[in-house]
Write a protein that binds this ligand. Structure first.
Ligand code: PLP
Length: 477
């Protein structure tokens, strides 16, 4: 008898039809890694006997999983798991903790920070906090505390401080071509909070979500924790491949990073943007536009946001100060179609009230007084020089690793073109390098081998010393 009946018995949800229970159980077991990539599922006849259900129930469940991309079936050979679970995901035992089904889904989806990686070179997504004007920030904080301390100590507007929303709306209109006013801005703690709110408010269990492949784990986790059925949509040199998406089941929601695809760094082309918007309008689906680091575009002006092209009001734009200011600040925002704002403000207030008032008002001052634009300009120059240095330091390794799409951001991806990603990753981590494998960002079986190399927070000496370590371990092989 296979291990499946045990999983099945432990997870049974008696109020659902049997084939549906089986689909959910298998999907969850695959995503949790209990059924590894390429493992063979029992024959439907055998499984039906083991479970005491009809063979057509099992057939129905297998066909559903095949249509969703979780299972590959080969006539005369068998059924196999078609996707790999996320690497490094903790194995969750269904136990004791008494978690709700939602809680269990959330824990199984995984956390967003990989605490196992060393925190030095090449951590991705880190701005240089040593280059931040801390004294100026401290002065602005003191001024506001002195002037408005009493008000700032009280409860604030769950939608966000009006001054900050005004400043964000003006910045987005001018720099990102976003069409919005302050009434459409919801100030949050993080983009992650935005993704969770969207998942909780717009996604029901089993709703289809298209996710870029490879894609951002924070988005994947948020959607999985709401029970979404994720369909990975491959990206190519023009971004999310809308030719492929046009053949997929209609989505309720699409997650995308059009300015600077995460993790591959591609800019989505204009024709693709227009097609994606048309597909969203056709299916009445929402698009999340995660514009996390477009300010750092080094070789050309970034394309304006997708949101500004949207005629149908389907785009939810998400931005963050984690990269342009500093991640410990914990301020991000979303731009919502007006109809959604009451529900989102309500939910935000129900989850955690609001973002701290003092940091909101200081951020608003920092923006209104021109420091924000100046800081971005300076950081763009600094990070560009670090990008250039990293590219040139990697030259001697050109026959083993190739940078891809180096035009912007705080990191770029490199592809391992000859060699062993996993062996080098382990050796690099042992030597203190935060080598984040590209394979982690894929749901399907076809993956690029390589790493995401963060450089923005490393000074020149740190960059060359980290590349020396990497070079030693690659050339030693
Ligand atoms: C694609 C993407 N979105 C958003 C974020 C920022 O998230 P937060 O605002 O939650 O710090 C990151 C950070 O690494 C990211 O890579």
């Amino acid at each position: 008898m296979s291990a499946l009946p045990t999983i099945f018995a432990a997870e049974s949800q008696p109020d659902l039809p049997l084939h549906e229970q089986l689909v959910r159980t298998l999907r969850r077991a695959i995503l949790a890694g209990h059924l590894p990539f390429n493992s063979r599922l029992p024959a439907s006849r055998v499984l039906a006997l083991d479970l005491g259900v009809s063979r057509s129930t099992v057939e129905l469940a297998f066909s559903r999983l095949e249509a969703e991309g979780y299972v590959r079936r080969q006539v005369g050979v068998g059924s196999f798991v078609a996707i790999a679970a996320r690497a490094n995901k903790p194995v969750v035992r269904k136990t004791a903790a008494g978690l709700s089904q939602r809680g269990q889904m959330m824990v199984e989806a995984g956390a967003c920070r990989d605490t196992k990686l060393p925190s030095f070179a090449f951590t991705a997504g880190q701005p240089d906090t040593t280059a931040f004007p801390r004294e100026l920030w401290g002065k602005l904080t003191q001024q506001r505390w002195k002037k408005d301390g009493q008000t700032l100590m009280r409860y604030g507007d769950p939608q966000g401080l009006p001054e900050l929303r005004e400043a964000i709306a003006a910045y987005l209109a001018q720099s990102r071509g976003v069409a919005c006013d302050a009434a459409q801005i919801l100030v949050l703690t993080s983009s992650q909070q935005a993704l969770q709110l969207i998942a909780q408010l717009l996604i029901d269990p089993d709703d289809t979500v298209w996710l870029e492949e490879p894609g951002y784990l924070g988005a994947r986790n948020a959607m999985l924790s709401a029970g979404a059925k994720i369909i990975p949509v491959p990206v190519d040199h023009d971004g999310l491949n809308t030719d492929i998406s046009s053949t997929l089941s209609p989505p309720k929601l699409i997650y995308s990073t059009p300015s600077h695809q995460y993790p591959l760094g591609i800019t989505m082309s204009l024709p693709r943007r227009i097609t994606l918007l048309a597909q969203a309008a056709q299916h009445n689906a929402w698009i999340i536009e995660d514009d996390y680091d477009s300010e750092f575009s080094y070789d050309q002006r970034p394309l304006p946001a997708l949101q500004g092209l949207d005629q149908a009001g389907r785009v939810i734009y998400v931005g963050t100060f984690s990269k342009v200011l500093f991640p410990g600040l914990r301020i991000a925002y979303m731009v919502l179609p007006p109809d959604l704002m009451p529900a989102f403000t309500n939910a935000r207030s129900a989850f955690d009230g609001h973002t701290p008032q003092l940091s909101q008002v200081v951020t608003a001052d920092f923006m209104a007084q021109g420091h924000f634009a100046a800081h971005i300009r300076q950081m763009r120059l600094l990070y560009r020089s670090r990008r250039d240095l990293l590219v040139s330091c990697l030259q001697p390794l050109a026959s083993q690793i190739q940078p891809i799409n180096i035009n912007g951001g705080l990191q770029f991806a490199v592809e391992v073109t000859a060699g062993k990603e996993s062996a080098w990753t382990a050796a690099g981590i042992a030597q203190g390098l935060a080598l984040r494998p590209l394979s982690q960002f894929y749901l399907g079986a076809a993956k690029k081998e390589g790493w995401l190399l963060g450089y923005a927070s490393l000074n020149n000496i740190q960059i060359s010393s980290a590349v020396n370590t990497l070079t030693d371990l690659i050339l030693k092989e």
